[in-house]
Design a protein around this ligand. Structure first.
Ligand code: PFF
Length: 450
């Protein structure tokens, strides 16, 4: 007997919502700067291999768990392994969603404010963009207010439900993102001097490869594909009986990869055309790009469009983070959707405040080695510990406890032209757990030894 539960209104609903979760700050803000600081095209190549060998099977596995159990992450693990502590793996996912959203919303708030700063010229020609960025994040109220505005938008969508909220909004926002990115690429690649940026992005220099390149590729893949914290368990739980997972997950991985690559074609040609440094790190989006827009023809227009794109992409990811936590309260604690969304919105907003104030009044707090500020510290725990740990537990659980064959059958159920073969078992039982363990341990050692 299937439990009564809201479903996506169409197959496309799941694909757009899931791809909306995947495509976010991770693609447009993080991917270009990680490429820029990891040697360019060589990183892109390794990253693509990791996405298909680790990312795709992981996404299939999480979706299969969700579809099979029709539950939030805690309920899903409990249903497949009753009377065991495995539900804690689901609880870790819910907790991670909570933590990531708290600081993700702060960065998304910066993007919202940059829409207006670019439009009205507060950041633009004649302005030192580094000073402007530091000025913004070190001020106390504006970033917190934008963080609140962003949380409010996220709560509004989740409160409206799966079809009327999430599905409706991703169907409106995806075309917006597609149009914006195409406009931005046309602008970037037609700038004089853009060719050097394209070469940096596409011509691999193998002398740049180190062990760290692989580590960064694995963490980037987890973050950008929204893996390791139950988003796909939750979104998969709203699939209908005959919906096929293997094909839909393929589309989601494809769309996420495509958008990351397209973001590279916006950022690198523009950065090189203006003679700036692609390895500026996390400031690439908020410092280097505004400097690029300040110099290029019609830069106000394209700069404003760029930050709208960033904010919209962040919004479709934030709703998935909130949905994971909300689904848990709704299923397990019997809360109404409206109450879950509203209460969580307030609590997550409050929890996010320190990561904003970490740049101003609380700039003294940070953990030695783990980032230079509180936002970095939240991010380090989420990306270096919680997501990989969640991924590890999920893969081990699916591979050994529930059973790789069951994952494969659930994934291949229904009609679709992409099917997963027996190799899935090898990936989730051996390759993925080993890869994650290596990445986690190495990451921790690097952080505390370096
Ligand atoms: N995938 C999102 C991005 O690339 O920005 C971030 C994210 C969303 C991570 C949801 C994890 C998650 F569960």
């Amino acid at each position: 007997m299937l439990k009564q539960r809201e479903n996506w209104a169409s197959k496309l609903g799941f694909i757009l919502a899931a791809a909306g979760s995947a495509v976010g700050l991770g693609n447009i803000w993080r991917f270009p700067y990680v490429v820029g600081t990891n040697g360019g095209a060589v990183f892109v190549l390794i990253y693509l291999v990791v996405v298909f060998l680790i990312g795709y099977p992981m996404m299939v596995t999480e979706s299969a768990i969700g579809k099979h159990t029709r539950s939030n992450p805690v309920g899903a693990f409990r249903a497949l392994a009753p009377n065991s502590p495995w539900w804690l793996a689901g609880a870790l996912g819910v907790f991670t969603g909570f933590v990531i959203l708290s600081y993700y919303s702060v960065v998304a708030g910066w993007s919202l404010s940059y829409i207006f700063k670019t439009l009205f010229g507060t950041v633009g020609p004649g302005v030192d963009t580094a000073d402007a960025f530091v000025g913004h994040i070190t001020s106390v109220w504006p970033p917190i207010i934008w963080h609140a505005v962003f949380m409010l938008l996220t709560v509004g969508i989740i409160a409206a439900g799966i079809v009327k909220g999430i599905q409706r909004w991703v169907q409106i926002l995806w075309p917006v993102m597609a149009v914006l990115i195409v406009l931005l690429i046309i602008r970037a690649v037609t700038l004089p001097g853009a060719g050097a940026g394209i070469a940096f992005f596409l011509a691999p220099d193998f002398s740049q490869v180190t062990g760290v390149t692989f580590l960064n590729a694995v963490s980037q893949a987890f973050f950008t594909l929204s893996l390791g914290m139950g988003v796909f368990i939750t979104y998969g739980s709203y699939l209908k009986e005959d919906d096929n997972i293997s094909g839909s997950a393929g589309s989601v991985v494809g769309m996420d990869t495509l958008i990351a690559l397209l973001a590279g074609f916006v950022v690198f040609p523009a950065v090189f055309a203006m003679g700036l440094d692609p390895s500026a790190g996390a400031g690439l989006t908020f410092i280097t790009l505004p400097a690029v827009f300040a110099e290029m023809p019609a830069g106000v227009l394209f700069g404003t469009l760029f930050f709208i794109l960033l904010a919209v992409a962040a919004l479709t990811s934030a709703i998935s983070l909130l949905e994971v936590v909300a689904a848990w309260l709704i299923d397990e604690k019997g809360w109404t959707r409206g109450k879950a969304a509203a209460v969580l919105g307030v609590v997550i907003f409050v929890v996010g405040i320190p990561s904003s104030l970490g740049f101003s009044v609380w700039s003294g707090f940070s953990m030695p080695g783990v980032g230079t500020d509180l936002l970095d510290t939240y991010d380090w725990f989420a990306n270096s510990i919680f997501l990989p740990l969640g991924g590890l537990l999920t893969a081990v659980f699916a591979g050994y406890v529930w059973g790789a064959k069951k994952v494969q059958d659930e994934a291949n159920f229904g009609s679709g032209n992409l099917k997963v073969g027996n190799w899935l078992a090898v990936m989730i039982r051996i390759v993925i757990p080993v890869a994650i363990l290596v990445v986690m341990i190495w990451g921790i050692v690097e952080t505390f030894a370096g």
